[in-house]
Ligand binder design. Structure first.
Ligand code: SAM
Length: 235
């Protein structure tokens, strides 16, 4: 057989509403909390029996946003500045022959919401609406390999970017009681410098915007300094 069809078992609700600003791997921003919502027939209590004894889960998912854009054998990893080519199977790029992603995430809790089952997660790197194909528990004895070689991505990415907030932006975050982590989430997202590589070389002030949850966040970048100028609620 060379063709398989899979069922989507659930969908992710994520603060990340667009690809821009999503970290390149899970676990980099613990404040990025999301929900994996399982619908019937997968919203069955039996299907998750015992899952709470695992702190972390592997999620197998579809890169649904980019799936229709195809793939090529060579890709330019942003980690290498976007100029060096690597074989697609030597990277975690989204444009793959089969647009399948794999992320290890922290399981915070499991609960029922009417006919749906909800797995609350943190440290996610998934776009809102990401379709999930499978869940597997993370097994430290088999999955954690401290001596493994990490190729061109041997350690977590680091930047020297600083982040500050205007008074309006700080007050806005403090007022979001449903999202007490908002300021920290924004700070960590900006600290990773989500700009495309070619824009990082510019030395003039740049203006950016992104949506996290239902908030519109505007900021400027000047050298190695991000300043969050304004946050507003989307209609
Ligand atoms: N951890 C996964 C893996 O290794 O397969 C994803 C790695 S991929 C480099 C991470 C990027 O995938 C994120 O920065 C985001 O831009 C993108 N992404 C996340 N969810 C997506 C989705 N549903 N469709 C398309 N791109 C997505």
């Amino acid at each position: 057989m060379s063709f398989f069809q899979f069922n989507v078992i659930g969908t992710v609700e994520s603060p990340y509403k667009q690809k821009f600003a999503i970290p390149r791997q899970p676990g980099l921003i613990a404040e990025a909390r999301g929900k994996l919502v399982l619908d019937p027939p997968y919203a069955d209590d039996d299907i998750v029996r015992g899952i709470e004894s695992f702190s972390h889960l592997w999620l197998v998912f579809v890169f649904h946003e980019t799936a229709s854009k195809g793939w090529s054998p060579l890709v330019r990893p942003p980690r290498l500045g976007g100029n060096t080519r690597k074989g697609v199977f030597a990277t975690r790029a989204t444009f793959r022959p089969n647009p399948i992603g794999l992320s290890v995430v922290k399981l915070e809790r499991v609960y029922r919401q009417q006919e749906k089952l909800v797995l609350e997660l943190s440290g996610i790197d998934l776009l809102d609406g990401t379709p999930i194909l499978d869940i597997k528990p993370y097994l430290p004895y088999a999955d954690a390999l401290p001596g493994a070689a990490g190729g061109f991505a041997d350690s977590a990415p680091e930047t020297r970017m600083a982040v500050s907030f205007s008074e309006q932006a700080r007050d806005f975050c403090l007022a979001q009681h449903a999202h007490p982590e908002l300021a920290m989430l924004i700070e960590k997202v900006l600290k990773q410098d989500p700009r495309p590589s070619y824009k990082k070389q510019r030395d003039t002030e740049q203006h950016y915007g992104m949506t996290l949850y239902h908030f519109n966040i505007k900021w400027t970048v000047n050298g190695e300094h991000n300043h969050v100028t304004e946050i507003s609620q989307l209609p």
